[in-house]
Design a protein around this ligand. Structure first.
Ligand code: SAH
Length: 470
């Protein structure tokens, strides 16, 4: 992030705009929404600017800017649409201690103006660091459509009620009260009874929340999917948004954790490939301790919680502690990996069953029904297989599997750094060694990428460019 978004207090402060044409007008339309004291320096100001000056909305100085003109100004805009003049005034304004923005000149600007969705006092600022103004405008349009025009009114009325609402305990209770106001009762009261109706409604709602019983703590075992935030279920997103505490696997990547509320407590515990893993009892204790304290706990597990995630042990522990729980399924790594290959996990005439195996379990390498797996057409999704590849290869060949059986290894499935290694049972160990995988990897035994015959490159970085732009 090269530009850090902040909201600058402008009430009563000086803001300077140098220029009197279109560029200056565009900035002034925004600035006049604030309570700043705006001064425009322009030899030849557009009629609108002259009108604003005439009715006292700004001060117009009909000459070019000079040293000292920007003293005590917080912000100064170079909007002369003339690179030389803008550079001159930028130097002057900087010397006077103001932060400078030059219109359409990212490099020489100390700050940039975002696209703004105005539901005052709710303001959304959208920035792309100058990279994609089209994108900013599209996001602005979407948000404008999403945020009702009444939001500003509600927020203003809400603000006057804040000191009353402080009687509710901080945290969840207060949050529940406000979210019911903004997302349920507020808009209805405004429509039916205007501002007075909203205030009356706030008092009723407040009374109800004040006497409400505390919601008991609960645990949701939630599947985070393979890593792409778009592959979360709606239910998972909702729970992440509401969670007080999130206890997550180390496999859950940052873009998903960022969906948590800012106040949520994030605790990293559990699986990390072959790295140090937290003890299961410690994980159980942490979950239970927070839920007992009244927290809504999300136990966030990579993929699907019911696949090689020790869900059973955690559910049993939570149940024994007499805490409510639910399971929210997620997309397991095998599904994501198959999608990346463009393959179906089952297929008529090829395999009517599918096995999900783990390459190693608590006792080390896991023994399997090798004879069945060695049959032609067998398909299996093998988790945690990186270290056990040699063992798998040996066992399967020993039980008569065809050495030419295709094997695909998908590393970081669904993530921007996804890699696919196309291999066969005979060459698996060597191919894996050469690929030097560092991320979580799923082995799909019996499946080759759909286009394996034509594509020889082991990588399919389709999402990369898209991500880079986002
Ligand atoms: N519950 C998870 C599996 C946890 S076991 C699920 O349903 O996917 C951890 C193993 O999952 C890793 O060793 C790896 O084999 C696999 N895995 C998880 N996320 C993955 C991803 N994005 N890409 C490839 N494999 C992944």
């Amino acid at each position: 992030m090269q530009h850090f978004p902040i909201f600058v207090a402008l009430a009563g402060r000086r803001v300077i705009v140098s220029g009197g044409g279109e560029a200056a007008l565009a900035k002034l339309r925004l600035l006049l929404k604030t309570e700043a004291h705006v001064t425009v320096f322009a030899v030849d100001a557009a009629p609108e600017i002259q009108n604003w000056a005439a009715i006292g909305k700004l001060r117009l100085v009909p000459r070019a800017m000079e040293p000292g003109d920007a003293i005590c100004a917080v912000l100064a805009y170079g909007a002369n649409e003339d690179a030389v003049e803008d550079a001159r005034i930028a130097a002057l304004a900087r010397a006077d201690g103001a932060m400078v923005n030059i219109v359409d000149n990212l490099e020489d600007s100390q700050f940039i103006t975002p696209a703004i969705v105005d539901r005052d006092p709710v303001t959304v600022a959208i920035g792309t660091e100058g990279a994609a103004p089209v994108l900013a405008r599209a996001i602005k349009r979407d948000l404008e459509a999403q945020l009702p025009a009444t939001l500003g009114t509600l927020a203003r009325i809400g603000k006057t009620f804040r000191h009353v609402a402080e009687a509710l305990p901080m945290g969840r209770a207060r949050r529940d009260f406000w979210s019911e106001f903004y997302f349920q009762t507020g808009a209805r009261d405004l429509e039916q009874g205007g501002a007075g109706g909203v205030l009356a409604g706030l008092h009723t709602l407040f009374g109800r929340h004040l006497t409400a019983q505390d919601k008991p703590g609960a645990v949701a075992f939630v599947g985070a999917g393979p890593g792409d935030p778009d592959l979360l279920t709606l239910k998972a997103r909702k729970l992440l948004d509401e969670a007080d505490v999130i206890v997550h696997d180390r496999l859950v990547p940052a873009p998903i954790l960022e969906l948590a509320r800012r106040e949520a407590i994030l605790i990293s515990m559990g699986k990390e490939g072959f790295g140090p893993s937290a003890k299961q009892n410690d994980i159980n204790d942490t979950i239970i301790e927070h839920a007992k304290g009244g927290a809504q706990v999300v136990r966030l597990k990579a993929g699907d919680p019911s696949v090689f995630g020790r869900l059973e042990e955690e559910m049993t522990a939570v149940e024994a502690a007499d805490i409510d729980w639910q399971v929210v399924p997620g997309i397991t790594a095998a599904s994501a990996a198959a999608a990346s290959l463009g393959q179906s996990l089952t297929q008529r005439g090829r395999n009517s069953d599918l096995r999900l195996l783990t390459g190693h379990d608590v006792d080390g390498f896991a023994e399997q029904d090798w004879r069945t797996l060695a049959r032609p057409g067998a398909v299996a999704g093998i988790y945690m297989a990186k270290r056990s590849a040699r063992f798998l290869q040996g066992r399967l060949l020993m039980h008569g599997a065809d050495p030419a059986t295709p094997v695909s290894v998908v590393e970081n499935a669904s993530r921007p750094d996804q890699r696919i290694v196309t291999s066969s049972l005979a060459t698996l160990t060597d191919d894996l060694k050469a690929a030097n995988l560092t991320g979580p990897a799923l082995l799909l035994y019996g499946l080759a990428p759909r286009q394996a015959a034509t594509v020889t490159l082991p990588t399919i970085p389709t999402r990369l460019t898209e991500r880079e732009h986002a």
